[in-house]
Design a protein around this ligand. Structure first.
Ligand code: PEP
Ligand code: MG
Length: 893
């Protein structure tokens, strides 16, 4: 029946483009199978099956039959039945969502072993030790991940068995020891889970599949998804794969490999290999791995084949791949591949390397990096010339410079960071339980584990600084301390610094210096010069790709010449928002205060006259810094009381003076004014265009300052391009009145200076009414700039100054939104208003210029949205300009 959903795909049926349905792991296993690479046969249960199960609480009826059919086929291929007593087929059950997700149930190996079939396996393999080792691993993994037994109990029992034998590694345990351990493990299961370890192989498999489904909604998985903004409704696939064994002796083993160095991007042999081991052993740092290159001397044939396969994969995926493999008695098997995680720096380098190799083009290269990575590369680094006390060195697992107080458990990390402390989470090794501590910490330091350890992989994914495997540090989590070589002890709360780019660990606070990428943008480092490293070169080239590709222009939010010049160095194509209120602070506050308090026309005129030359000088400097490029100057926006003293403070001062019978006339007058101007909801009060309409002369003074500054620059044969922007307009009438006055002033300045100024006048769209009547407003505006901060505030009814601290955490936790709408544009609500207003505005005035100057202008996801709705430019703070350029380029691919 074609209408019945297909819930199970054989590895031969899928391909890499079916990640939604088969998950990343399943899709890539299928892809490798179809490339003819040695993948053990198996099948994948789809995410649809998982979703159906999670929605209804029951496995879909058809699923069991389909699984049976595929298991039959697998048994036929392998020539043995699951758990068959004399020669058992064993399978692994592995989770695999569309995005790789630590925190979900990962793997149960050796399913199909039981008290009976363990004997059969021993006979078939001719190795009793191996069979019992496999069985104890099954009970351990099954007990922990399927039945929810505390994993430490098994670990403790294993340690006890080793201690009893006086051996240090598990490979030294003999069959008899392992047999006893199996009995012990079964007892643990019985006591802890209240049931026997299931002896029926099909029951084992079915329970494991269900556990994978359930793990999608585990706490850690949910936390990870929120953090990474992965939708909660994707579900996970489940891979059932016939077992191959890396623990069959010294000619067997298991490993992980990267086709390039995930830290530098260089091509070469990167990875770890562990002889006579299975599954998680490599990643868990249980025994010491050897560098992958040593496999060449251990098993040349497998090594050569692996190198060949790695080349096939790189050329096929046209990207860095990471790989899990197992060697079973000299036979190489591929257990997983995926396009590998990498550091931000490596992402840029690899993208340009692949272009140079002719594997991808410039447009494709842009899809291989993102703005968040670029932002990460712009973080400061440690000052290498600083006098510091280096106490250790581990593996540079995830770059960055992190300084914070040492904490030794996730609970403390979360608690301290909530109270505003910066912390470094120090662990022997991390596991998925440490996720919230890792999120809370500035950086993560471990004493065990390699580049592929949990800490390293997760930290890289989060863009968090991490040094792992710093072996000379003795971490004692129970006593909350760490001993460094030489015997010095670092207690909880002591400050440490870790460098995720070099792996170095320091005591105390190390000063930081700007990143070379910022030095490059600042023009202090040049690509191609001797001191420029490969990273700067790669960033330089990627920025050029983006600039060639993008349609959106990028401007800066800047209010002074210094910021404007920096913005220009960073690639700004003008100023999209100069907030003139920032020019009224400092010494000028008093002048503004006098303006606000003026009782008479003459007083007001006088203070405006005093402000005019100051404003004019500000604008001259801005035009100079941005010569030849547009400079959008917004007339005064905030509520006036922001320029006046605090009402409570002032009341106290007045009361005090009164009681001391001191003169306090001025204070009293000020207090009365403050009272007069006090508003319950100042953000909805006398601000924006409303100020211009009720305070005579204020806006015209600013317009005059702009016009005169422009005239002065023109007289100096320069090219000022001023645009005057009116804030918080709700109706075209407001704009018309202000415009008329402004036009008069401009005409007057043009007459007296004999200059044609060509000043554009436009408005911000930051109120819902403005957006809804954009067609009318465009009659009086030559440009729109969407003020998405206020627009978000007014569309949602969220106070932008309060909500992030008050209830947003609860909203994020409940999944009402995955990210604050003040950070990433709310496409459905605020965004659709922007799109509609843009359309209506252009219908009235086809050459209407459209931009955005709210915080969203520098947010990667929002930049893509503004590209899609056809804006002309985004404007953001100077430091975010490179990110906006890159994302605008990516949006145009
Ligand atoms: C806005 O509201 O988006 C805006 C840019 O103006 P401000 O942040 O100054 O209110
Ligand atoms: Mg605003």
């Amino acid at each position: 029946d074609p209408h019945v959903a297909k819930f199970v795909y054989d590895f031969t049926e899928g391909n890499k483009d079916l990640k939604d349905l088969l998950g990343g792991k399943g899709a890539n296993l299928a892809e490798m199978t179809n490339l003819g690479l040695p993948v053990p046969p198996g099948f994948t249960i789809t995410t649809e099956a998982c979703k159906t199960y999670l929605d209804s609480g029951e496995e879909p009826a058809a699923l069991r039959d389909e699984v049976s059919a595929h298991l039959d086929a697998l048994e036929a291929t392998m020539g043995k039945k699951l758990g068959q007593a004399d020669d058992p087929l064993l399978v692994s059950v592995r989770s695999g969502a569309k995005f790789s997700m630590p925190g979900m149930m990962d793997t149960v190996l050796n399913i199909g072993l039981s008290d009976k079939s363990v004997q059969g396996l021993a006979r078939q393999a001719g190795d009793e030790r191996f069979a019992w080792d496999s069985y104890r691993r099954l009970i351990q993994m099954f007990g922990k991940t399927v039945l929810g037994v505390d994993g430490e109990l098994f670990e403790d029992a294993l340690d006890a068995a080793k201690a009893a034998r006086k051996v240090t590694v598990d490979t030294e345990l003999e069959a008899a020891d392992l047999k006893k351990l199996v009995t012990k493990f079964k007892k643990i299961v019985k006591t802890e889970a209240g049931r026997d370890f299931p002896q029926d192989p099909r029951e084992q498999m079915d329970l494991a599949i269900k556990a994978v489904f359930d793990s999608w909604n585990g706490d850690r998985a949910k936390l990870y998804r929120r953090q990474e903004r992965i939708p909660h409704d994707l579900g996970t696939a489940v891979n059932v794969c016939s077992m191959v064994f890396g623990n069959l002796g010294p000619d067997s083993g298991t490993g992980v490999a990267f086709t390039r160095d995930p830290a530098s991007g260089h091509q070469g042999v990167y990875g770890d290999y562990l002889q006579n081991a299975q599954g998680e052993d490599v990643v868990a740092g249980i025994r010491n791995t050897v560098p992958l290159a040593e496999l060449e001397s251990i098993d040349k044939k497998s090594y050569d084949r692996l190198m060949q396969i790695m080349e096939i994969l790189e050329n096929h995926y046209k990207d860095l791949c990471d790989i899990e493999f197992t060697i079973e008695r000299g036979q190489l098997w591929m257990l997983q591949t995926r396009v590998g995680k990498r550091t931000a720096g490596a992402a840029f380098r690899i993208a340009t390397q692949l272009v140079d190799q002719g594997l991808i083009d410039e447009a494709e290269a842009l899809t291989r990096v993102n703005g968040a990575q670029l932002a990460q590369l712009m973080f400061p680094r440690f000052d290498e010339s600083a006098k510091v006390e280096q106490v250790g060195r581990g593996i540079a697992a995830s770059p960055g410079a992190a300084v914070g107080k040492a904490v030794f458990d996730s609970y403390t990390a979360v608690k301290w960071s909530r109270s505003g402390e910066k912390v470094i989470l120090i662990r022997r090794e991390t596991n998925p339980d440490d996720l919230d501590g890792m999120i809370a910490a500035e950086g993560i330091l471990t004493s065990r584990g390699g580049k592929t350890s949990h800490a390293a992989v997760v930290a890289r994914g989060m863009g968090k600084t991490c040094v792992c495997g710093a072996e000379e540090l003795e971490v004692d989590t129970k006593r909350r301390r760490m001993t460094v070589p030489g015997g010095q002890v670092v207690e909880e709360g002591d400050v440490v610094s870790i460098d995720g780019s070099s792996g170095k660990v320091y005591l105390g606070e190390v000063p930081v210096v700007p990143s070379p990428v910022v030095e490059y943008f600042e023009g202090r480092m040049h690509p191609g010069a001797d001191d420029a490293d490969e990273l700067v070169e790669a960033v330089h080239r990627m920025m050029a790709f983006a600039d060639r590709k993008r349609r959106l222009r990028v401007r800066a939010n800047a209010d002074n010449a210094e910021d404007a010049l920096r913005a220009r160095r960073f690639g700004a194509q003008g100023i999209g928002l100069c907030r003139t209120e920032h020019m009224f602070l400092g010494d000028r506050r008093e002048l503004v205060e006098r303006l606000i308090l003026a009782d008479t026309e003459a007083e007001r005129e006088e203070s405006l006259k005093a402000l005019l030359p100051l404003q004019k000088r500000d604008f001259v400097e801005l035009f100079e810094a941005m010569d030849g490029l547009p400079v959008t100057i917004r007339l005064l926006d905030p509520p006036l009381h922001e320029f006046l003293p605090d009402i409570t403070e002032l009341s106290v001062r007045v009361a005090l003076a009164e009681s001391r019978q001191e003169p306090h006339e001025n204070e009293l007058r000020l207090l009365q004014a403050v009272h007069r101007l006090h508003e319950q909801n100042p953000m909805l009060g006398l601000r924006g265009v409303r100020l211009g309409l009720v305070i005579p002369g204020l806006f015209t003074m600013q317009v005059r300052a702009i016009a005169e500054a422009a005239a002065e620059r023109r007289a100096a044969k320069c090219d000022p391009r001023a645009e005057i922007m009116i804030p918080l307009v709700g109706t075209v009438q407001e704009l018309e009145i202000v415009r008329e006055e402004a036009d008069q002033v401009i005409a007057e300045v043009e007459r007296t200076t004999d200059t044609r100024l060509k000043l554009a006048i436009g408005t911000m769209i930051e109120l819902p009414r403005a957006a809804l009547t954009a067609g009318q407003i465009a009659e009086a505006a030559e440009f729109f700039s969407f003020g998405t901060n206020d627009l978000t505030q007014t569309v949602w009814g969220f106070s932008r100054d309060d909500v992030e601290a008050s209830f947003f955490t609860a909203y994020l936790e409940k999944g009402i939104f995955g990210v604050s709408p003040f950070e990433t544009i709310d496409k459905d609500g605020v965004g659709s208003l922007v799109a509609a207003a843009a359309k209506a505005g252009r219908a009235t005035r086809p050459d209407l210029k459209l931009g955005v100057c709210g915080e969203h202008g520098g947010d990667p996801e929002s930049v893509h949205f503004f590209h899609q709705v056809g804006l002309d430019y985004v404007s953001c703070s100077p430091f975010r300009i490179p990110v906006a350029r890159l994302e605008a380029g990516r949006a145009a691919v």
